[in-house]
Design a protein around this ligand. Sequence first.
Ligand SMILES: [Zn+2]
Length: 236
Amino acid sequence: MELIVSDQIVSSRIYNGKWNMPDSVDIKCGYCSRTVNFSLEWSSLSESNIFTFSRCSGCGQKSRFYYVELRKREDEVFIGDLYVSPSAKSRKIIDGIEVTEKFHESMLRAYESAINVYNLGEWTATVVLCRRLLEGITKSLLPEGEQGKPLNKQLELLAGHAELQKPILTLAHAIRVGGNLGAHFDLDREPDEKVSKFLVDLLDYIIEYLFVLPRRIEQLHSHIEALSNKNLAGES
Ligand SMILES: [Zn+2]
């Protein structure tokens, strides 16, 4: 069972005077992995949970939908969380990434877009968006004067500006090359699911290494520091 978090895949909602519920969602079918529209006709309604089945227009299998954790909003309308079973294991952005001074809002949006198109099975769009975000990350690490250069050149310059180890730069180059596969039309070489998955994996590693890990290390340091200060205060 998987929680459907993105409002983007809820294509419409209904309101029956009390409940505000999604009645149409575009998601990957847990049986055939095709992205289809599931129309939701809620059959059971109770104070604690709402439940329904919906048939996939691709393979004909029935997925189960649950609307749970119902709660009252300020405007007195009840809303809940939508779950689907079986889940097609959609991908999510990595844990711990948030907008910071270094990781701008536009970068988070680009990252979310890359994951969204990946979940929709749009492989060309995925690799193009991965490359685009890599460009954003690279620019954020370089001084302004060097941001207009081609990505290939920017990555070479990065070695002198950020504490990047060779494996990370190799990862970045791999994303650039994979992204080129999507950016330039080539009949014989089109990105597929395998390439897209690879690229999104690599992108996750880079984001984790550059933006999530340093923050966690900093948090750990200040926590340890606070602990030792407390101990010192206790000793005196
Ligand atoms: Zn299906």
